[in-house]
Design a protein around this ligand. Structure first.
Ligand code: PGA
Length: 239
């Protein structure tokens, strides 16, 4: 695991963004696994600014997002579908048919998870971007007794609900989500995890210095052959 500590969130955005821009330039048909949340916003901004400057094209890039809320309309401002379009896709030349999400409104969520896993297996993710929850979650894989394998419907923990409910004013925050499993995340050729801010310091200390345990799902990245961890000084403050 390669750990890179930089000054602040902007620096992380630049460094992680440049990693993605370089990867897309090298392989214009790359398959990217993408994450939502506040942390990747500067990374996405860096990526679409590189597109706006004509440095890179996303025309043939395919993306798979990690997770989506259950029973939240796709068009809701808090859906991850909306988030990704507002923070990245709408500012680039990526094709709508090339962006993929778990459908949290599917009638049969188990069938939906199987469908997504099949697509993931066929596509093969080249680089997976991850944030990390205050409780060490990746995607919506919350601390649990065992590492999860494939996509599934998860009940969100109080820690996650508390962290994300600030975004929900009209509709209450859903308590369930669909997420890629830890096993699927681990199949990506490269994993890039980004963490910024003091509220991530405990999770980063547990992930970097603690045991590899499903109680801290991100700790599994110790076993990934090509994982890069970017964090700012605040997130690194308890290492
Ligand atoms: P955040 O979420 O970037 O909004 O802190 C990260 C995560 O929960 O994975």
């Amino acid at each position: 695991m390669k750990v890179i500590i930089l000054d602040n969130a902007q620096e992380i955005g630049k460094a992680a963004g440049q990693l993605f821009v370089d990867a897309v330039k090298e392989n214009p048909e790359i398959v990217l696994g993408l994450a939502t949340g506040a942390t990747p916003i500067p990374t996405y901004e860096y990526m679409y600014k590189a597109y706006e400057k004509g440095e890179v094209s996303f025309k043939n890039v395919r993306t798979y997002n990690l997770d989506e809320y259950v029973d939240l309309p796709k068009e809701d401002k808090n859906s991850y579908y909306t988030f990704m379009h507002e923070q990245l896709f709408n500012h680039t030349d990526i094709k709508e048919e090339n962006v993929h999400f778990l459908n949290g409104n599917a009638e049969d969520v188990d069938a939906e998870c199987l469908r997504y896993d099949e697509e993931l297996r066929n596509a093969g993710i080249d680089i997976q971007l991850l944030g990390i929850g205050r409780n060490g979650h990746i995607g919506f894989n919350e601390p649990s007794e065992a590492f999860t394998k494939t996509s599934f419907k998860v009940q969100l923990t109080d820690s996650t609900i508390e962290a994300n409910s600030k975004y929900f004013d009209e509709n209450p925050m859903p308590h369930y989500a669909l997420t890629m499993g830890v096993g699927s995340i681990m199949t990506a050729k490269q994993v890039v995890l980004i963490a910024t801010g003091k509220e991530k310091a405990e999770a980063m200390a547990a992930m970097i210095n603690g045991d590899v345990t499903p109680q801290c799902p991100a700790s599994i990245l110790h076993f990934h052959p090509n994982a890069v961890i970017f964090m700012d000084k605040d997130a690194a403050s308890l290492l």
